[in-house]
Design a protein around this ligand. Structure first.
Ligand code: LLP
Length: 452
């Protein structure tokens, strides 16, 4: 479906009057009074498709993946960019990732099933999860995935048994915990000692696991993996973690003679959810990461392994927005004004779960200043179902279309059917064209698992 394209874009910040800077998708602009993304009028789109609706700026996603690939390979190392599907996945997204020459990190059998439906090249799949089931491991090995990241001795045994039975050797990375605290929400820190993920480098568990894996006939140990957390602004923890990991790799070589071919540094680069946020850029991250690995390997006289990174949020978060229709405006004098919309914690759990903050605009008044403070409430049966507390918005009334920015990561993938809410669909927008990639659920979808 193609939507009409209106008059020329207006300034300032050269694209909109909203002053939202880095929070906006690449192609966001204001034309007349409406917000456009990908050359598509968000107000027309919302009215045509219904709300709530996730919208992805396809050019933004492609640009981020392309930048990761260029920057990671600009410093003399060989690097692979594996997009982390847990941030946002769908068949169309998997195809886009394949098309951009990237690999894919899957964290469950379900994500693998989506990748297979997209005919994603299996040799470019990296399989994650701190407790993969025997069925998930079997599916992955039979599908011929490139790498499985092993998280426990039990998993190593299972991979060995499944692969041996099928007469194959599975390439495996060991997930190692470097014992580094990333400066982020405790729920999404993963590199510290007290973690359900991986084998500890400091305690010696990782070295023992490497020795163990090297002796398993069905396991072809390719190297090591770390992931220290998500939404990380400061690059220092990445440097400290790499130092620990390269020390560890040197220790493994000393004890066993094994030299890692692959080193996967996980994901974690943060993004700006507010215009005031100043995350590190992909270029800074890549230069520091590759530079640190190269320097540490030189000191230890190790050849530089193939480097993998697994970005999720920094690829899709700012590319995505969610559109809602305002149902009611409740003014509580002296207290606050609640603007209720036709979605909420079922399509974006992050404010309730992490206290995450977002920016928004009234898409049909995007050319006007955002001077009114209101709270955007969801429609669910919880007082905590507030999407944005004290949002700065244009004057708002029922029927208006609200656009919440930076919702491209960890919103659709963490959505739920609480209150038996049907999940929104997802559209990709690009060059004035709308492509539906996930349709909105129906009541029949809700009933499809009921047995009666
Ligand atoms: N690799 C591994 C092994 C991971 O566990 C993750 C994220 C990533 C890569 C991608 O990290 P990213 O580049 O997206 O930071 N639901 C939380 C985020 C959980 C992240 C889990 N692991 C949120 O909404 O903030």
């Amino acid at each position: 479906m193609s939507m009409s394209v209106a008059s020329e874009p207006i300034s300032p910040d050269n694209r909109t009057t909203m002053g939202l800077g880095a929070v906006l998708p690449l192609t966001a602009e204001v034309r007349g009074s409406h917000l456009f993304i990908g050359g598509v009028d968000m107000v027309e789109l919302a009215r045509a498709q219904g709300t709530a609706l996730y919208v992805m700026d396809e050019r933004h996603v492609r640009m981020q993946l392309g930048t990761y690939r260029t920057e990671m390979n600009a410093h003399g190392a060989v690097a692979d960019v594996a997009y982390a599907g847990k941030a946002f996945t769908s068949v169309a997204m998997c195809r886009l990732v394949a098309d951009e020459g990237c690999s894919l990190d899957v964290s469950s059998g379900g994500e693998l099933a989506i990748a297979r439906a997209a005919r994603f090249p299996m040799e470019r799949i990296i399989v994650h999860g701190n407790d993969k089931t025997p069925l998930e491991l079997t599916e992955a090995i039979e599908a011929g995935v490139g790498l499985i990241v092993a998280d426990s001795n039990e998993e190593l045994d299972r991979i060995d048994a499944i692969a041996t039975e099928r007469g194959v050797r599975q390439q495996v990375l060991l997930r190692v915990t470097p014992g580094v605290h990333a400066d982020t929400h405790s729920f999404i820190q993963t590199g510290q000692e007290d973690s359900k993920f991986g084998f500890s480098a400091h305690s010696g568990a990782a070295l023992e696991a490497a020795i163990y894996a090297l002796a398993l006939p069905g396991v072809d140990l390719a190297g090591f993996h770390m992931h220290i957390g998500s939404q990380i602004f400061s690059l220092d923890p990445f440097v400290r973690a790499v130092e620990v990991m390269v020390d560890f790799m040197a220790q493994v070589r000393e004890r066993t003679g094994f030299v890692a071919r692959d080193f996967d540094c996980g994901g974690g680069l943060g993004i700006a959810y507010r215009p005031t946020g100043e995350p590190s850029t992909i270029a800074q991250y890549a230069e520091l990461l590759v530079g640190t690995i190269t320097r540490c390997c030189a000191v230890r006289d190790l050849s530089v392994p193939r480097i993998h990174v697994e970005p999720g949020r920094s690829v899709v978060a700012d590319a995505g927005v969610t559109l809602y229709t305002v149902g009611s405006v409740k003014r509580l004098p002296g207290i606050r004004t609640y603007v209720a919309v036709d979605g909420g914690m079922t399509d974006n759990i992050r404010p309730a779960l992490y206290g995450a903050v977002y920016e928004a605009t009234v898409a049909n008044r995007a050319g006007e200043p955002r001077g009114t403070v209101v709270s955007i409430a969801g429609k669910h049966c919880e007082s905590g179902d507030i999407l944005i507390r004290d949002a700065s918005l244009q004057p708002v009334t029922d029927g208006d279309i609200i656009c919440i920015f930076s919702t491209g990561a960890y919103c659709q993938t963490m959505s739920s059917n609480y209150n038996k809410q049907v999940r929104p669909g997802v559209v990709f927008v690009s060059d004035g064209t709308v492509r539906q990639v996930v349709r909105r659920e129906t009541y029949d979808d809700l009933l499809s698992c009921e047995v009666y």
